[in-house]
Design a protein around this ligand. Structure first.
Ligand code: FES
Length: 154
């Protein structure tokens, strides 16, 4: 291969790499305003993994919340039985804002664009006062065993 041909082939290869990177960056989910169809929790996601909190030190009072392994846990009633708790995604499906339980409002609320969800995961209000879109939150099944609340991430 001649030197000129070699340089031309390098330039073509470099152009392909740059184009691919640009398409990948432009095709990302960060700027579309559309919900991520499958935002698995960090460290969790798929395969029936679990996340747990210690009820001896966490979620002691109604309204308390904690996050573990990408799961938001909160207490909605007294008693250490699974029906006293809700376990859902810790980040918003819209653009990954942090989700928090607002006991006084009886809602899960995103802290980035303020989407609101019910305890069953239903969308009560979309991003920025319904000018965007999101999706229903995943609600994980929970079990209490020896003072530990465990959610199964299906
Ligand atoms: S990240 Fe936009 S509403 Fe939650």
């Amino acid at each position: 291969m001649e030197r000129d041909e070699f340089i031309k082939s390098l330039g073509f290869g470099l152009a392909l790499v740059c184009t691919g990177s640009c398409f990948q960056a432009c095709g990302g989910k960060g700027n579309t305003g559309t919900p991520d169809p499958n935002p698995n929790p960090p460290g969790g996601g798929g395969g029936g993994s679990t996340a747990s909190v210690n009820l001896g030190s966490q979620l002691l009072a109604v309204g308390d919340q904690a996050t573990a392994n990408g799961v938001l846990f909160f207490r909605i009633a007294a008693g250490d039985v699974s029906s006293s708790f809700v376990a859902t995604e810790a980040v918003c499906p819209h653009q990954q804002g942090a989700l928090v339980w607002k006991q006084a409002l009886n809602k899960i609320q995103c802290q980035l664009h303020f989407s609101e969800y019910g305890t069953n995961g239903a969308v009560l209000q979309g991003p920025q006062n319904t000018t965007g879109s999101t999706r229903t939150l995943k609600i994980y099944s929970t079990a209490v065993n020896n003072g530990t609340l465990t959610a199964t991430i299906a």
